[in-house]
Structure formats: C-alpha cells, structure tokens
Design a protein around this ligand. Structure first.
Ligand code: C2O
Ligand code: CU
Length: 496
C-alpha cells in the first residue's frame, strides 16, 4: 500500500474523468424480478453529485489528506505455511491494507480495478455523502482497467471497514475486505493496539477458494486472523491491549470469547461507548465490530481466542478457534482506561411510535430454494425519509434464521430488543435481529440527501433480495413535519 499524508489539501484532482464516457444503458439492464421491478443504477446527475461531494471533502485545519492506492486484483493468498489459494485482493493481500486516519482528515482512495469484472467499494459504517457510498445506486461500477477515486471527510472515530459492494457473495468471499481505523483526539491509553480481522473462507479439497455458497449463507471451513489461519499471538504479561475486532465474514456469526476471561467493551460499530462494559463474550454478526480491552494476563498463560457456540437458527455447533494467545514475561503497563469514555445523548426518551416496520422474512422459492425477503418482497424501494426527522424503525424478523441488519451511512441507537431496553447505549450501523425477534432502532437523517440502503449483511441474503433502497430528501417548503418526535435530541455533533 502506498499511503501517505499531506498536510494540505494541495494535491492532484484525479476523480472527475472516470465518470465520463460510461455506457449508461449497460447498467440499466440488470433489473431484478420482484413485485416492484427495481433497477440498480445511478440517476443521470450522478457525475455532478460526485463532483460536488469530491470538492466539498476538505480536511480540518491542520488535518491531513490520507492518500491510499488500492488495486483490486487476483493474487496468491498464503493461508498457512506452504499453502496458498487464489484470492481476489486489494494490493495482493487478504485482508486489504489497514487504512488509518484521524477525525478531521480526508481519506482519498484511488481504486484501480484489475479484476475481470466490475467492482465498487463501500465504506461500512462511515458517515459520508451518498455519492461516496460505493453502491450501484450512486456510482457506475468501476469497470476492469478503470480507476475511481473515493474522497471522504472522516467525521467519526471508530473501527470501520471497507469491502466490495459488487457481486459480494463472490468478491467479498474471495477476500475483498479490509479495516479502516479512524482515531479521535481522546482515545483510551493502552499498551498496544491491534486490529483483528476475524474472517473465514471455504477452501475446497482441491485447494481452491469456493465462492459458490448456498443462499442460506454458509460458514467457511478455515478461520483467519488478519488473513492467517489460526495464528499464534503474543501479549506481554501484565499488559492491557485494545483489540479492534472486525467480522467481515459473509455469513459467520462470531461469539467472541477470550478463553472465557472477562474483557471490557470500549466501543462498537459507531465508536466508543459511554463507559467500558465488562463481558465474557460478545456476539459479532457479519459486518459488525467491537473494540475491547484485553488483559492483563499472567506470564506463561495460554488463552484461546474463540467463537463459542451460538444458535443463529440452525444449531449452535462447537467452539471454534481463531487464534492462540501466548502470554510472555511481565512488562510494565501504561494503560489508562477512563471510567467515562464519552457521552451519547439518547435520541429518544419516553414512549414513541415507530415510523416504519422493516420485516425480514423468507418463503419457499420456485425451485425449492429459500427466497429472502424484505417486507414480503425482494429488492424493495422503500419510502423516502426527510432530513432532520427522527426515524424509529421496528426491524422484525419473521424468519427462522438470525439476520444482521445494516443501515448505510447513518448511525442508529438500539431502543429495545423484544421490548427490553439494551444494557448500554451505543451508536451502531449493524445490529443482529434474532429469528422471531424485534429490534427497535432510532436515527436521524442529517443533511446528506441521496440514495441509501439497508440490508441483511449475510451477503447471500443481501444478493437474493433482502435489501431496500431509500432516499434521504430535503424537506420541501410545504412539507408537513412528522408527528412522531416527542423528546428528540439530535446528536450534538453537527455533520459538515
Ligand atoms: Cu457492509 Cu451494503 O454493506
Ligand atoms: Cu440474512
């Protein structure tokens, strides 16, 4: 990876021309069947919206422009000593390079596609303008041989990730994902920080990487930490580390356990919690992240980093190992984790009526397979939401499998799970909705109009239609404000 920072916004503008000369009609062709025929293609003014978003992305005074070159290309991925598989990679590695930046920086990623099929990049969890979201509703796919530049002002600290948003059951399963770490001014002080990308892959007996998965979404048979199969990690005795854990797996649920020891959660998908929360395990559905403080351990200990059994609808299986953690000799610790990490103002206090019900369901398909549905259809065109209006959505799972619900571009707060408020308040972009369960979320669309989406993050379900497009729109002059906002507090941090 070539990433470097420049202190000023003075650098080449490379983004504009890739939008020109594109064959529009080619992209209008792949409509999906369903009750509504949904065309996945950007509107005609996409180039102008892109240019505007590109130019508006300027770093804060003193902050950097972080330039990253990403090449999507096939490469050999060494999964264990002496064993490689052919993967689809960013810059020849799985996961792709860890991108690191600070709040106030601008991230500029120049993506060049050396694959034989089109691709796009989605910045999972990042609050960005719609034209940079990487879906096929806001940009034309990056064709083989072409380059596209994403330019994004980073507003929030947190553990994010990037992944292909095209033909995901193939591209992401074959390795097209990586971590994006954004640091804020006031991070907890730890002895060491690690990014742990916990993923899996289905390696065939022939030694090939399989991307042919059933629509249910199956777990891979090899488990990786940062692209290495079940590696050994080493931690010094007496030290406390911050682990930023990401689950980019296509379908695997990880119920993270550090040898059954307690650890404390510092943050989730939308950044730091208000206070550290002690836990013994943490459920990470596909797409989700957690930041935890791990340790201290005694010198000489060996601890396994595991996914312990969790029943997502077809049995709970066994504990599976991701890594072995060996504890070395005792070392000094400088770690200071504050009792208060930040304040998260509640979006809602008191009773509220939901403004939308999102139903995740299934039905038997025409050929004996299962269709994955959203509000009884596939690839739904959902209602618009209006900038500034509180959204309270009930996400209901009427199926027999858990589904991880992901909202693009905006953080939400979980208000209730099956009527019970959560143990702690957090910002999220991905939440598990258990089979038969109901999760109530709240969020406020800030002023980032455009095309957005929400979907199940099991990639096969998303591809099969468990997804909805919707627009964020500015209020029109005669717009009647929504009636559902009793005690609303908008997130105090304004979006620029
Ligand atoms: Cu990480 Cu549309 O998703
Ligand atoms: Cu699903």
């Amino acid at each position: 990876m070539s990433t470097h920072s420049t202190g000023s916004a003075h650098h080449q503008h490379v983004g504009h021309d890739h939008m020109a000369g594109h064959d529009h009609m080619a992209h209008m062709a792949h409509a999906h069947a369903g009750h509504h025929v949904m065309v996945h293609a950007p509107a005609v003014d996409v180039a102008e919206a892109y240019r505007y978003a590109y130019e508006r992305a300027q770093p804060d005074p003193g902050a950097a422009v972080v330039l990253v070159e990403l090449e999507a290309r096939e490469a050999d991925w060494q999964i264990t000593a002496g064993r490689t598989v052919r993967a689809w990679t960013f810059n020849g590695q799985v996961p792709g390079p860890v991108i690191e930046a600070h709040t106030g920086d601008v991230l500029e990623v120049r993506l060049t596609n050396h694959l034989t099929e089109p691709t796009t990049l989605h910045w999972h969890g990042v609050r960005l303008p719609a034209p940079m979201d990487g879906t096929d509703m806001v940009q034309h796919p990056v064709e083989p041989g072409a380059t596209f530049v994403y330019r994004i002002k980073l507003l929030d600290a947190g553990t994010f990730w990037y992944h292909s948003h095209s033909n995901e059951p193939v591209q992401v399963r074959r390795g097209m994902y990586g971590a994006l770490i954004v640091r804020g001014a006031d991070e907890p002080v730890v002895d060491r920080e690690r990014v742990l990308v916990l993923s899996d892959a289905m390696v065939e007996p022939t030694g090939e990487l399989s991307s042919a998965s059933d629509r249910q979404g199956c777990d891979g048979n090899v488990r990786f930490v940062n692209g290495a199969a079940e590696p050994e990690l080493m931690i010094w005795g007496g030290q406390v580390e911050r682990w930023r854990v990401i689950n980019p797996s296509s379908a695997r649920y990880i119920r993270l356990s550090i040898g059954g020891r307690s650890f404390s959660a510092l943050g989730t998908g939308g950044g730091l919690l208000e206070v550290p929360v002690q836990m013994r395990d943490a459920l990470l559905p596909p797409g989700d992240r957690i930041d935890i403080a791990v340790g201290p351990f005694e010198p000489g200990e060996t601890v396994f980093v595991l996914s312990v059994p969790y029943d997502r609808g077809f049995g709970s299986g066994e504990s599976e190992r991701f890594a072995t953690l060996r504890v070395g000799p005792r070392a000094d610790s400088q770690a200071v984790i504050a009792e208060r990490l930040r304040v998260i103002a509640p979006l809602v206090d008191g009773p509220v009526t939901p403004s939308r019900e999102v139903r995740l369901g299934e039905r038997a398909g025409a050929h004996g397979e299962v269709d994955y549905l959203i509000n009884e259809t596939q690839h739904l065109r959902a209602e618009d939401v209006v900038v500034g209006e509180l959204q309270v959505w009930d996400v209901v799972n009427t199926s027999a499998l858990d589904h991880p619900f992901h909202l693009h571009g905006f953080f939400f707060q979980v208000l209730e799970r099956d009527g019970t408020p959560p143990a702690f308040r957090s910002w999220e972009d991905t939440v598990n909705v258990p089979a038969g369960g109901r999760v109530r979320i709240a969020w406020i669309p800030d002023d980032r109009p455009g095309e957005w989406m929400y979907h199940c993050h099991i990639l096969e379900h998303h591809a099969a239609g468990m997804m909805a497009h919707f627009r964020v729109v500015r209020p029109t002059p005669d717009h009647e404000p929504s009636q559902i906002s009793p005690h609303v507090q908008v997130n105090s941090e304004a979006v620029r």
